[in-house]
Design a protein around this ligand. Structure first.
Ligand code: FUC
Length: 786
């Protein structure tokens, strides 16, 4: 007994020392490489200021910085006067027929009508920038190229990202001369900042290239301006570049800025477009005024102040959460090699925590209040015709991209998505009316910057009216984590209610009196159905959350009465013949299917209808399903499985999925089933690059350390054996709580819960349920010693 107490004391002292050492250690949150990038997708490094996402290559003779601004899109109303959000007028007239055919089991015929009527309309042609025609696609804005006038052998080359401060770096020597570049995205000043320093006076040539139409370009008072437009819709944009030199001379000729003999060059870049996130025109932003305001600020702000402002702004968000998984970071190994070593079995917990923090870095860099919502690639897109239009997919991707927002204390970064959801309500109501003659609003599998809320143009992947209700889970979560009642009343509840109304009208009674979704399609799997389980679970979720919201707001009315009756009559998740959770009403799941979507487990995660504690049989069925689907998949599929296993309290399996997600991948072409993993730049490979896996990976790591969806705050609910010792600070739990947890030998040693003074709740810690009340300062401390 005595011995074990002493042993504990010694080991906690060692833990304490190691945590202190880590905290003091520099560069623990660096990605770095000893070669310039040659490939955008897998090697270049992402930086951003919320508005703009940029990728830098770190080229020696020529630096290449590609960038896009989130609102720059092709397609939409200005590309086609007939653009109508994809809506097919009067399509609902076919609804009774399709439902009747499905009832009779005539699926092929039902599918045929659904394909002709329940699909959205797009116009394609050569005049459009991208494959999906007037649906449009997110657009790169262009590329900055910087030729550096030096020659000779390069030594000590290093290119990297310090994600603790959001600074990009390139450093090398040629002979005795040193070259150093510092890059960052400053959100408060809406500026991308690139500094090039050299010990020797150096010449540069800087040019901007774009695939878009040039309206004009000029260079006045040290500022280069490029006015452009997207060819198919005429969307105007402007990018402005200022140059500040310590010494040397600038000249300009025909689009190229020449710098002679400078030791220190600061390049400031700001960009804006004419896009406005507002139905129905989506245009009219005074982008010139926006840019001019930034340029005014440039007149009086120094590089150091821009950097200070950036670090203060970034740290305010980033520093809220720290994660230490109890191992010394392998800072001496380039990140690409570290990833390979990890895949080959070398333990590297610090790479896992780096991956976690990288997701937060990416979110802070790409999603800030009043900027466009992140898309499939966050804000990083180098194409005019990117995969899946770099748009907004609702059948897993966009939600996953925002999963870590509330969990990892980045509630503000959630806002662009919440604003985007709001912008879909009006067009989504029109679509719901024409396609299904329902109240409320819907959005289907794919949606763009211009209110496209109709089903996609192929029924087998595009039919998913469920998107609106799934998006709306985020509206509720934002309240659940922040407890902001004004927001709930004024913004969230009205949108949630409209999403719920759609389901109240769309669901129909089956022969046993259960409410089912017909027609429905389990995302991209199986065929048209009289009841995809995911629809039922998501309809349950939006109705349930709407009722919770109404209760908070003290609303009891006809809607809440109907919502309750409807929720309780929805067909419940079912267990099938081989013990699996059924994907459809019919017991037809194929035990050999390893399809990437595991949609029918929504109720387990991110839903809350299935849990090991409340519904153990259904949880077991979810386990059977997951075992059948296997541990592979696309990037996001692996990430989702991490979250599922964590919700099933299987930390080791969840950790195995993290390893699978971190599998090094170089392939950049579209692969739909099992080739997922991580690129050398730690961006997630679907493949190709999609941000969802990065974000789903981070949320999965939180699910292993902290869960609160049941109303009880569970500490270390799914801790893997690989993380016996560690510390996490600043994670959020529902109810508005913030938690610090320190653990050793897989048991919580200390925990701190912060919230409102005297707030109470329950925690499950070291297998014990404890009721707590925060003190007058809003703090409660747990220690395993008492
Ligand atoms: C969904 C997925 C695909 C891909 C696409 C962007 O349709 O089924 O795997 O992630 O979104």
């Amino acid at each position: 007994m005595k011995y074990s107490k002493l042993h504990l004391a010694v080991s906690s002292y060692i833990l304490f020392l190691s945590l202190v050492t880590f905290a003091q250690e520099e560069n623990t949150l660096d990605l770095w490489y000893n070669q310039p990038a040659t490939e955008w997708m897998t090697q270049a490094l992402p930086i951003g200021n919320g508005y703009v996402g940029a990728m830098f290559f770190g080229g020696i003779q020529e630096e290449h910085i590609q960038f896009s601004e989130g609102t720059l899109w092709s397609g939409g109303p200005d590309s086609n006067p007939d653009y109508n959000f994809g809506i097919r007028k009067d399509a609902h007239k076919s609804l009774p027929k399709v439902r009747a055919l499905l009832k009779e089991g005539k699926k092929a015929e039902a599918h045929k009508i659904a394909q002709s009527q329940f699909t959205g309309i797009i116009d394609t042609g050569k005049q459009y920038n991208a494959d999906f025609g007037d649906y449009g696609a997110q657009q790169t804005m262009g590329d900055l190229y910087i030729k550096v006038g030096h020659s000779g052998d390069v030594n000590n080359y290093k290119r990297g990202l310090d994600i603790s401060k959001a600074l990009g770096k390139v450093e090398y020597n040629i002979g005795k001369d040193t070259y150093k570049r510092t890059y960052f995205g400053n959100y408060p000043s809406s500026t991308m900042v690139y500094r090039l320093e050299s010990s020797k006076k150096t010449d540069y040539e800087i040019r901007f290239e774009t695939p878009h139409v040039m309206v004009s370009q000029n260079f006045n008072d040290g500022i280069y301006s490029f006015d452009g437009k997207v060819s198919d819709n005429g969307m105007p944009f402007e990018t402005k570049i200022s140059l500040k030199l310590s010494d040397g001379k600038i000249t300009y000729k025909e689009g190229i800025i020449y710098i002679k003999g400078a030791k220190d060059v600061v390049i400031l870049n700001t960009s804006a477009t004419g896009y406005t996130l507002k139905y129905p025109s989506y245009s009219g932003n005074d982008y010139k005024a926006a840019n001019n305001a930034v340029v005014q600020k440039w007149k009086s702000i120094t590089f150091e102040n821009l950097k200070k402002e950036h670090i203060a702004d970034y740290s305010n968000l980033f520093d809220r959460v720290s994660l230490n998984l109890g191992e010394r970071p392998k800072v001496d190994i380039p990140t690409n090699e570290r990833l390979i070593a990890y895949a080959n079995g070398s333990k590297d917990n610090a790479l896992e925590s780096l991956y976690f923090q990288y997701a937060r870095y990416l979110m802070i860099s790409a999603s800030r209040p009043k900027t466009m919502s992140m898309n499939l690639q966050g804000k990083w897109n180098h194409s005019t015709n990117p995969p899946w239009a770099a748009d907004y997919h609702s059948n897993i991707n966009l939600e996953m991209i925002y999963w870590p927002a509330e969990l990892t204390n980045l509630s503000e970064c959630h806002e662009p998505f919440l604003d985007y959801i709001e912008s879909l309500v009006e067009p989504g109501k029109l679509a719901a009316k024409e396609f299904f003659d329902t109240r409320g609003w819907m959005v289907n599998t794919m949606t763009n910057a211009f209110g496209y809320t109709s089903p996609g143009w192929g029924v087998d992947w595009g039919f998913f009216p469920t998107g609106a209700a799934w998006f709306s889970q985020h509206l509720w979560d934002h309240y659940d984590f922040t407890q902001d009642e004004t927001y709930l009343k004024e913004k969230a509840y009205p949108i949630m209610k409209e999403a719920a109304l759609f389901w109240i009208d769309y669901l129909t009674k089956d022969d046993h009196g259960n409410l089912v979704s017909t027609p429905s399609y389990s995302p991209e799997h199986g065929g048209i159905s009289e009841g995809a389980s995911m629809d039922h679970q998501i309809a349950w979720d939006i109705l349930n959350n709407s009722l919770k919201a109404a209760a908070v707001l003290g609303i009891e009315d006809e809607f809440t009465t109907t919502a309750k009756v409807t929720r309780d009559a929805i067909l419940k998740p079912k267990i099938g013949s081989w013990g699996q959770l059924q994907e459809w009403t019919e017991d037809v799941d194929d035990p050999k299917s390893d399809h990437r979507h595991v949609s029918h487990l929504f109720a387990l995660h991110p839903g809350n209808q299935i849990s090991t504690a409340q519904t153990p049989e259904l949880a077991e069925a979810a386990r059977v399903t997951l075992n059948a689907r296997g541990d592979s998949g696309t990037g996001w599929s692996r990430a989702w499985k991490m979250n599922f296993w964590a919700r099933l309290n299987d930390g080791n399996r969840s950790h195995k999925m993290l390893k699978n997600l971190l599998k090094p991948v170089a392939d950049t072409s579209i692969e739909m089933s099992t080739a997922g993993g991580t690129y050398a730049n730690l961006l997630c490979a679907h493949p190709p690059f999609q941000l969802d896996g990065n974000m789903g990976g981070a949320s999965g790591m939180v699910e292993m350390l902290l869960q609160s969806q049941s109303g009880i705050i569970e500490l270390l609910p799914s801790l893997p054996d690989a993380w016996p010792t560690g510390e996490v600070k600043g994670l959020k739990a529902r109810g508005g709580f913030e938690l610090d947890i320190q653990w050793e030998n897989a048991l919580v040693k200390e925990a701190t819960i912060k919230g409102k003074p005297n707030q109470s709740g329950e925690i499950k810690v070291n297998n014990t349920l404890i009721s707590f009340q925060l003190n007058g300062d809003g703090v409660y401390r747990y220690s395993d010693k008492h």
